[in-house]
Design a protein around this ligand. Structure first.
Ligand SMILES: Cc1cc2nc3c(=O)[nH]c(=O)nc-3n(C[C@H](O)[C@H](O)[C@H](O)COP(=O)(O)O)c2cc1C
Length: 286
């Protein structure tokens, strides 16, 4: 493994290692206003949500790694304590990218990008009409992580009003990931777009605990065929298959070698028949 010692690594290189590793990142499209009422719009991918009660989002307009200047977004929030964070979808990536140009203070990036400003209800900065989700936010706190180029200025905001375009909701009123047209930033100039093929479902073990990989028989844990994901699937079961369940599949594997059983079980695990695969793998235990 390559070892990176931050204090001995040039800033641009360190920056790119972090961007490449912490990736993909959602993009906060931050709309602010200076104290004279001039709008400003810029994207920030050091961004995420950090609580729902109160609803808190955090992003970081960092000090420039080139000349240690601060971003207009930070200056405006320090002055006015307000920001609207708009979620970026694929249809606006080009215009979003354009707003990240180093325009001089006072230049209105809504006008430069051709994106549409619409009035907010509780704060002064405009919302971006083209965005499917917009958060009107009040500043809670700013954490300054340093005073050198590349240092973060972590803006902690509370969402005081959220706007959601109904067209991204499913029939139960929840945000439908297939309709969000999500886009995210990666390292360098790379982005990623969420497409149906890249979405998968993996239920979170919220209230009950899986048995764990550690209690699986050694023949399963040390299998040359099963992957880490397969072991995770098996460890996520709440209980081992019963003797009756294992007996019920024995005739399907009776003439197979151990390797063939693992291959067949892996196929079941990878194709939505995890319990069937688990029963096969446990054939020796009864
Ligand atoms: C997708 C994307 C994400 C970005 N993320 C950040 C970020 O997290 N922090 C940052 O300081 N700059 C980030 N930038 C660069 C800023 O958008 C850029 O410096 C912009 O000019 C700042 O505008 P402002 O001075 O009007 O606030 C990003 C640029 C793009 C295109």
């Amino acid at each position: 493994m390559l070892k990176i010692i931050p204090s001995e690594t040039p800033l641009p290189k360190m920056h790119q290692y972090i961007l490449g590793a912490v990736s993909p990142r959602p993009i906060a499209f931050a709309s602010t206003m200076d104290k004279n009422g001039n709008p400003n719009l810029a994207p920030f991918s050091f961004f995420n949500a950090f609580g729902s009660n109160p609803p808190v989002v955090i992003f970081s307009p960092a000090r420039s790694g080139r000349d240690n200047t601060t971003k207009h977004t930070l200056d405006n929030i320090e002055d006015t304590k307000e920001v609207v964070i708009n979620i970026v979808n694929y249809n606006m990536v080009q215009q979003m990218s354009l707003t990240s140009s180093p325009y001089t203070k006072g230049v209105n990036e809504f006008i430069k990008s051709g994106l549409t400003p619409i009035e907010s209800e509780l704060v002064k900065p405009f919302r971006v009409k083209e965005s499917f989700v917009q958060f009107e936010c009040k500043l809670l706190d700013i954490v300054y992580t340093g005073d050198k180029g590349g240092a973060g200025n972590i803006i902690i905001c509370e969402i005081i009003l959220m706007h959601i375009d109904e067209k991204i909701l499913d029939e139960n009123g929840k945000i439908d990931p297939y309709k969000m047209d999500h886009v995210a930033r990666m390292g360098g100039d790379y982005y990623t777009k969420v497409i149906p093929e890249s979405i998968f479902i993996l239920p979170q073990p919220k209230t009950e605990c899986g048995i764990g990989v550690d209690v699986l028989p050694a023949s399963i844990r040390n299998s040359k065929i099963l992957t880490g994901n397969n072991l995770g699937q098996l460890g996520s079961f709440l209980a081992f298959p019963t003797k009756e369940e294992i007996d019920s599949i024995k005739d399907k594997i009776i003439n197979l070698s151990e390797e063939q059983i693992h291959l067949l079980a892996k196929n079941k695990l990878d194709n939505g028949e995890a319990l069937e695969g688990f029963k096969m793998l446990m054939h020796k235990s009864v």
